[in-house]
Design a binder for this molecule. Structure first.
Ligand SMILES: *Cc1c(COP(=O)(O)O)cnc(C)c1O
Length: 370
């Protein structure tokens, strides 16, 4: 009996997205092998972080890199680096609660559920602009002597128009304020690994390890300027300092390093073609059902160029359809943040799951009269 079955935990087929709540992504065999390998010896965590970071930096065309326990932890670590510049006296002042006030500027259109990590780093969130737009003068007027950095969230799914990263970087450089980018779910395209830093000039960029990179769920990476990565190092585990709570283990370091290498060498063209085949197959199969409208969309829920299926119902029955899918074994996970639409994605599927998804969706829908 496998582990989940022995605990009575129901397995799920992921036709939704790389959500943390359902286990992130599934690690590739070579990632697991690297983790098992790494588990067998003692090493210096400092040396391992440094050398794995150097390897990831080289692979991603960045100056430097650091491995964290996820993108949210990476937000905290980036801010601690900006606040302290790696000076242990400043790190101590944050621990003691005597550090200077710190503000992080965020455009209204970039307020996301994960920005509580900014508060966790001891900083205040200063929101600029409104739900419709942000003007350059609004950003400039918010910068003052307490400003630590500007937080920028990447992704085509953020509906409200905000200042572009290039504009934000231009203003930030004028006032000598660092910019860091949350690109946790912004892979593919592969080029995003260097786009925000090398091409747009951001100081640091953050990616989740447990999403498209298919590394350990509890990892993330920070890429960018070496001075900031060195400052992150001073705050982080294994030091018994403020960010010791975000301890990354040797196995996770091995896993994410291998996952980044796998991702870079992956055949992205044939992977995309495979997703397309599944999506187009689902569209053909499900569009024959009356009372629903089935379309292919080109962007996924995080605004990435990954096709998905959009199923719109003539009635607001999504909660009932979801209840059906959640009663199955395995459960079928779909994106359902609307009352009359669900979305299906192919990138989280494993072998032989695509037909189970369409069969179960058809079955669930056969219970409803449209
Ligand atoms: C997923 C996500 C995070 C959190 O990532 P973890 O690696 O789970 O900590 C942060 N920001 C954005 C935009 C995300 O999509």
């Amino acid at each position: 009996m496998d582990f989940y079955t022995s605990l009575g935990v129901t397995k799920r087929i992921n036709a939704a997205a790389y959500y943390t709540a359902i286990g992130g992504s599934i690690m590739a065999p070579q990632v697991l092998e690297a983790m098992i390998d790494a588990s067998k010896s003692f090493i210096s965590i400092h040396e391992l972080q440094l050398k794995a970071g150097n390897k990831i930096a080289k692979l991603t065309k960045n100056e430097a890199a650091f491995i964290t326990t996820g993108a949210a932890a990476a937000i905290v670590l980036s801010i601690l680096a900006f606040r302290t510049k790696g000076d242990v006296k400043e790190i101590q002042r944050i621990i003691d609660g005597t550090a200077a006030p710190s503000e992080i500027i965020v455009q209204t259109g970039h307020r996301i559920p994960y920005d509580s990590a900014i508060r966790l780093a001891g900083s205040k969130i200063v929101t600029v602009g409104n739900a419709i737009q942000t003007f350059e003068y609004e950003l400039e007027s918010a910068i003052n002597s307490s400003t630590t950095a500007i937080f920028y969230v990447a992704g085509a799914h953020l509906a409200s128009p905000v200042l572009s990263l290039n504009t934000v970087v231009k203003i930030a450089q004028k006032y000598k304020v660092p910019v860091f980018v949350d690109a946790a779910a912004q892979l593919p395209p592969l080029s995003n690994l260097w786009h925000f830093t090398k091409e747009c000039g951001a100081d640091l960029v953050i990616f989740s390890g447990g999403k498209a990179l298919k590394g350990p769920q509890s990892t993330g990476i920070i890429l960018g300027k070496a001075i900031w990565i060195e400052a992150i190092r001073e705050n982080a585990s294994p030091f018994q300092r403020f960010a010791r709570a975000f301890k990354v283990g040797k196995e996770e370091i091995a896993g994410i390093t291998t996952a980044v290498e796998r991702y870079i060498n992956n055949d992205h063209v044939s992977e995309f073609k495979n997703w397309e085949r599944i999506i187009d197959g689902w569209v053909a199969e499900l569009s024959v059902i009356s009372g629903i409208r089935v379309d292919r969309e080109e962007l996924n829920e995080a605004g990435q160029p990954i096709p998905r299926v959009r199923i719109q119902f003539s009635q607001e029955i999504v909660p009932k359809v979801i209840a059906e899918l959640q009663s199955l074994d395995p459960i079928i996970e779909v994106v359902h943040n609307s009352k009359d639409i669900i979305w299906l994605s192919a990138d989280g599927l494993q072998e032989n799951e695509k037909d189970i998804v369409s069969t179960q969706i058809r079955k669930a829908l056969s219970n409803f009269k449209f």
